[in-house]
Design a protein around this ligand. Sequence first.
Ligand code: ZN
Length: 150
Amino acid sequence: MSDLRDLYQELILDHNKNPRNFKKLTDATQTMEGFNPLCGDRLTLYIKSEGERLAELAFQGSGCAISKASASLMTSTLKGKTKAEAEKLFQIFHDVVTGKKDAAASTDALGKLSALAGVAEFPARVKCASLAWHTLHAALEGQKDPVSTE
Ligand code: ZN
């Protein structure tokens, strides 16, 4: 298990250092701001939808390693998925990081997102890990106001 943890740790560090999809999408169909006052994480999420499908996702912003890695992993994972699939993943991800669901049982569904399962042990970091997802959820719901995790 500790090996697996090391691997996950490495994945988070890598995504923090070299965040994927860290750019502005000039042809985004939706843009949403998210803020986590607890930690100071801020991000702007760009989504380009094609019908029900999330054709492209990108983000910009500043924050801690967890929030950045989470946004990087989320945008990578959701590219090409439908909105319904994205919402379902958000539900599983949220249950795992809040400790409601066992991470080991959800590894298949979450894939690389499992790297963030460890935050369940650190309640203060849960909002860092879920900020990008709450922002996505608000965008998919058609909200206009910026998202705050507080
Ligand atoms: Zn944070």
